[in-house]
Design a protein around this ligand. Structure first.
Ligand code: FES
Ligand code: MG
Length: 571
């Protein structure tokens, strides 16, 4: 956007080759909304909203949009909300991941095409915040991310339930025969009971924390519960602040906020909160929109020097509402201060360091541990490399069983999701607790579009015998609310010829978390023979988004963005 661009509805008046006529026409249609001519002179704050009947996590967005509008009007701006597509995590086929880039394109193009001076992005459910931040990073319109906030957990029979770690816990117990059909049905009605996003440190919560760590959300807003009045006040404040940004001659645009330093801060936060593996893909995609790479070797270096401080499910005990009560993300950032780049700007107009100096330093140590007394000395995520994953794989070590970290196992291979579903519970399946379960063809360009299937179920006969964890390896993703010794995001994926696709039943695979290795112990001649015998890849989809997706998809180590959406490499 050129700096001398006029404000508000006068932006981008090129439609008819006659700027005066274009403005005249635009104003007359704006008046159709019942707006006074005074209003039409104000700076415009767009509100990108993603309300949808298919997205119950976003059911509070109308109330938030109203509060943003109130803030914008009070500060002298004109709020104009507009819809984008919405991605409700559990309703999309084959997976929400397939549509993250579509939503990012929708957001980017509407920010650019419509006359707005700043925007408030309202999202929350897993893929919506990444899509909004990717779009805003590319359009580079001054932007504030407002998340809808987490659900409250529900007290139930002496414990608390929250989506969706407890969904998995109860389902695993049901599969193991420990929970009755009546009880699992009763629990179903109590797992997600308020508006808002999953109540644990899943992908949505992790992305909310990352948005705040990048400086793109107002300070202290990531963890406010969706139904708390503070959430509405955060919306009003976001609207007010967006007007200030709109009027600033030099606003803090996403290009000034998303820098190598702020991305490193966000990675530190991701590691310290025991965040979702998915968030690594999303942060890589967001940073990639500004030409910033996240080498997995750098992730390992940061992981080894960043303690886990936050005691939230799925790796710990508490819920997001507890993190808010414990001091919110600010409490985490203050502990991490020695590791952070404090001169990074934020949408609030202060630097990160100024923000932290101005905040009260109360904290509940039951939820946010001190830097000197961490839950774990090292970060939650680790990248593995080796002959099975030449471009890397991810293990959430904080959610895994360390007893499984150094071992060699026999591969039990499933060639697709369908194959997995057909055979995993077969009583005749040749499998022991020491085997490694391998799932192929569930990566980004596969027909399955990288589902959260990396959390392969423990074969039923082993689950019934009390086996809780096994090494599981795939090119798929895992829900941020899941746990286990699960090697994910293997790159390159099987569908593009990666070695994962060459694994056969009975092969030996060596995992060494200490050595950061995952190796397929099969000699190169045998692998070459298997490669030569592979069936040819199926033809690409004939038309539409599926075709664009298949032809443009990058691997997990590039954030699963489309190749043409990243800026051209600098010469
Ligand atoms: Fe929407 Fe979990 S399903 S955040
Ligand atoms: Mg999720």
């Amino acid at each position: 956007m050129p700096p001398d661009e006029p404000l508000g509805l006068q932006r981008g008046l090129t439609h008819y080759g006659d700027a005066d006529f274009s403005l005249y026409l635009r104003r007359s249609f704006a008046r159709q909304s019942g707006l006074s001519s005074e209003m039409l002179k104000r700076p415009v704050v767009g509100i990108a909203q993603s309300t949808s009947g298919f997205n119950p996590c976003h059911r509070s967005t109308p109330e938030l949009v109203e509060a943003i509008k109130r803030g914008v009007l009070a500060a002298g701006g004109l709020p104009l909300d507009f819809p984008t597509i919405s991605l409700g995590e559990s309703f999309l086929n084959p997976t929400s991941m397939k549509f993250r880039n579509l939503m990012a394109m929708d957001v980017e193009e509407m920010l650019r095409a419509q006359p707005m001076d700043a925007v408030v992005l309202v999202g929350g459910c897993d893929k919506t915040v990444p899509a909004q931040l990717m779009g805003a990073a590319s359009a580079d319109v001054p932007a504030i991310q407002l998340v809808v906030g987490p659900m409250l957990p529900m007290p139930w029979r002496g414990e608390r339930l929250g989506a969706c770690t407890d969904c998995r816990r109860f389902w695993a117990r049901f599969r193991a025969g420990e929970v009755s059909a009546a009880e699992i049905e009763a629990v179903e009605g109590q797992l997600a009971v308020t508006a808002g996003t999953c109540s644990v440190m899943g992908t949505a919560s992790t992305m909310a924390a990352i948005a705040e760590a990048l400086g793109l959300s107002l300070p202290g807003t990531a963890a406010i519960p969706a139904v708390h009045a503070d959430r509405i006040r955060a919306a009003e404040a976001s609207g007010r602040r967006a007007v200030e940004m709109a009027l600033s001659p030099d606003p803090v645009r996403p290009s000034r906020l998303i820098t190598p330093q702020s991305v490193e801060n966000a990675l530190r936060v991701l590691l310290a909160i025991g965040g979702s593996t998915n968030a690594l893909i999303h942060l890589t995609a967001i940073a990639g929109r500004r030409g910033i790479e996240i080498p997995l070797e750098r992730l390992n270096a940061l992981s080894d020097t960043t303690p886990v401080l936050v005691d939230l499910k799925p790796t710990g005990q508490h819920y997001m509402a507890d993190l808010h009560a414990a001091g919110g993300l600010g409490a985490v950032l203050r502990e991490l201060k020695p590791l952070l780049h404090l001169d990074c700007p934020t949408v609030a107009g202060q630097t990160l360091g100024e923000r932290l100096a101005a905040e009260p330093d109360w904290v509940d140590r039951g939820v946010v541990h001190a830097f000197a007394d961490p839950i774990r000395a090292q970060g939650g995520l680790v990248a593995l490399f080796g002959s099975l994953a030449p471009r890397g794989a991810i293990l959430k070590r904080s959610a895994a069983d360390p007893q499984l970290f150094e071992r060699t196992g026999r591969a039990v291979v499933f060639s697709s999701l369908e194959d997995l579903a057909a055979r995993i519970d077969d009583p005749a399946l040749d499998v022991t607790p020491d085997d490694f379960l391998v799932l192929q063809n569930a990566g980004p360009t596969s027909a399955a579009a990288m589902p959260e299937a990396g959390y392969l179920p423990i074969p039923q006969k082993l689950a019934r015998a009390g086996v809780k964890d096994m090494v599981r390896i795939s090119d798929a993703r895992m829900s941020g609310t899941a746990y286990g010794t699960i090697v994910l995001h293997v790159a390159p994926e099987s569908a593009v010829g990666g070695p994962l696709g060459l694994v056969r039943n009975g092969d030996r695979i060596r995992l060494s978390v200490a050595g950061r290795r995952i190796d397929l112990l099969v000699d190169e001649a045998e692998l070459a023979a298997r490669r030569a015998a592979q069936p040819p890849a199926p033809p690409p989809p004939a038309r539409g988004y599926a075709r664009l997706y298949q032809q443009s998809m990058l691997q997990a180590d590039a954030g699963c963005d489309f190749d043409f959406l990243r800026p051209p490499a600098q010469p």
